[in-house]
Design a protein around this ligand. Sequence first.
Ligand code: SF4
Ligand code: SF4
Length: 99
Amino acid sequence: MADMTQIPESCDGCGLCCINNTDAKWIEVTAEDAKRIPSHFLQAGDIEPFAMQQVSNGRCVCLDNQNRCSIYPLRPTICRAVMPGDDVCVTSIKRIVAP
Ligand code: SF4
Ligand code: SF4
């Protein structure tokens, strides 16, 4: 992992935005997203029809042991919207590495 005390200008795939990046415990999945994501990752959602759980330690259920998304090519729309250096990225890094 790069020096995460500095906010990155490009994504190095640290995976920190996949760990409790909001107060929500779920990652919303649209109906369109759900067509490509393996069903065993999905549960019923509140805002969107489906959701994926952030498990007890805040990690997305799809995050592997190397902090990589195990379904990266299939990931939900909400995950695709995160950009290096944006609010989600910065908040995630500060919350976990450099508060
Ligand atoms: S967007 Fe930011 S927090 Fe997410 S993996 Fe990339 S560098 Fe890490
Ligand atoms: S689906 Fe993949 S990119 Fe989205 S939060 Fe989970 S591990 Fe991260």
